[in-house]
Design a protein around this ligand. Structure first.
Ligand code: SF4
Length: 455
């Protein structure tokens, strides 16, 4: 092996990880639009210069620097960062220095490929002259997305709380958009309303996040949601309710899923997508679960030092999960007094449901742990159809499809798999129209109270 290759592997350790963000520009790739903007605003509240990367404009660059075998989100985010860097270089000329930026690309412990995105992107960035010093800031599901090391020690807890809360609020705002857009008084009114709302809530996070003044943030949110109510035309009748599950990036990133929710709405749906917070709660829940399993083993083997350690970790993750769910419950409770946005699932309830139905096991991991019970819950709550959204060849979503398809057939609830890559499939819109025709039939027969029973 030559020296260059050894250096590039070293770079996976030394330039991918948790880095102090002071004096840097923190670059956040856009996944769900509102979530990205509120997260950046929360970081700015702590004095960190955080911005959301423009997305999808660099897709050609992303494709040029991937082989085509990577997951689609890896190609898109690769393009986003290369495009931004290219433009920064052009804007700043000789004063451009990649060292001034930290690019955010979290990872997961597997078993799928998400843990490899930042390693792959590191290798590509190292191959560009001048981009080798751009650090990749990574957080992992392995420690429940800890933010230790990004900021001064005494601010770590506040940053974590504010970051988490930004995603809860973003989920509620997304749900508000999906609640009002199918019933808007005039075309485009909901989108314009939400553009302003994002600015208002970003300003609220900038002002209140550092002090973790969640009450002040929620007061702003209540005002925004009260305005959202006015977008709805009360004369319009209820529409079939469609639930979305799937791979987190594809189902949240509207360009990559070719504006799926809007297309469903065009054919008469009201849609609820799975939330981002669901994934954040799942990662904490899963760490807690793993610690409990490890404790059980340590007890059997009388490993006292390890028992002590495991108990400490269980208390830590347990409190974290409790805190997250408490904040989420509070935010939804207050939001729902103003606008009837859809409630979110509880991770413990999802694991219980999987066990009851004998469908899947949390031991396997991945988003299938959330998508499979998510679909069953939608069915039980009277949804008129479910769509599974994912990148072409995505392992957990293909698995989800294999498990739930026979169940949906038995329950006679319309179900659609929608895999995406950068190509536009000619029959895609026809498939969605057919699915929506079936959902309309289901809605006519059952209203929104089908409850997943057989016809
Ligand atoms: S969840 Fe799917 S798209 Fe995401 S890394 Fe895993 S296989 Fe790829």
């Amino acid at each position: 092996m030559d020296a260059d290759k050894i250096i590039s592997f070293e770079s996976l350790k030394s330039k991918v990880g948790r880095f102090n963000l002071r004096e840097k520009t923190f670059l956040i790739p856009e996944m769900n639009r509102i979530g990205g903007y509120l997260l950046a605003a929360a970081f700015r509240s702590f004095g960190i210069s955080a911005i959301v990367l423009e997305t999808f404009k660099g897709l050609d660059l992303g494709k040029e620097h991937t082989s085509g075998k990577e997951c689609y989100p890896c190609q898109i985010t690769m393009g986003d960062i290369l495009y931004f860097m290219q433009r920064e270089k052009a804007r700043l000329g000789s004063s451009f220095n990649a060292e001034n930026y930290v690019y955010f690309m979290p990872e997961s412990n597997g078993p799928c490929r998400f843990g490899m995105y930042n390693k792959y992107q590191r290798i590509v960035l190292d191959s560009f002259p001048g981009l080798g010093s751009l650090k990749i800031g990574s957080m992992s599901t392995g420690d429940g997305y800890s933010v230790t090391g990004l900021i001064e020690k005494e601010k770590v807890r506040s940053l974590r709380k504010a970051g988490f809360f930004s995603q809860v609020v973003a989920d509620i705002m997304d749900r508000a958009l999906w609640r009002i857009r199918p019933y808007e008084r005039t075309s485009g009114m909901a989108a314009a309303f939400m553009d302003d709302a994002v600015k208002i809530m970003s300003a609220a996070f900038e002002r209140y996040a550092e002090a973790v003044d969640l009450d002040a943030i929620l007061k702003e949110l209540e005002k925004v949601l009260a305005g959202a109510r006015d977008v709805i035309d009360p004369a319009l009748p209820a529409k079939p309710l469609i639930g979305i599950v799937g791979e987190i990036y594809l189902r949240s990133h509207v360009e990559s899923n070719q504006h799926l929710i809007e297309v469903l709405e065009k054919y008469g749906a009201e849609v609820v997508n799975a939330s981002i917070t669901e994934w954040l709660n799942y990662t904490t829940y899963d760490r807690l679960r793993e610690e409990k399993i490890a404790l059980h083993l340590a007890l059997k083997q009388f490993k006292f030092a390890e028992i002590k350690n495991r108990l400490k970790n269980i208390a830590g993750y347990g409190l974290e999960l409790l805190y997250q769910q408490k904040q989420q419950d509070m935010a939804y409770r207050r939001a729902r007094t103003v606008l009837d946005v859809a409630e979110d699932h509880k991770v413990a309830g999802m694991e219980k449901l999987l066990k009851e139905e004998g469908l899947f096991c949390f031991d396997v991991g991945t988003e299938a742990c959330l998508s499979i019970p998510g679909i069953v819950e939608y069915s039980r709550h009277g949804y008129n159809g479910v769509v599974n959204v994912y990148p072409f060849t995505c392992m957990p979503s293909t698995l989800t499809s294999a498990v739930v398809r026979p169940i949906m057939n038995r329950l006679k609830i319309p179900y659609l798999d929608t895999p995406y890559d950068s190509s536009v499939q000619p029959g895609r819109e026809a498939a969605i129209r057919t699915f929506m025709y079936q959902a309309q039939q289901h809605f006519r027969r059952h209203g929104r109270n089908g409850g997943g029973k057989q016809d």
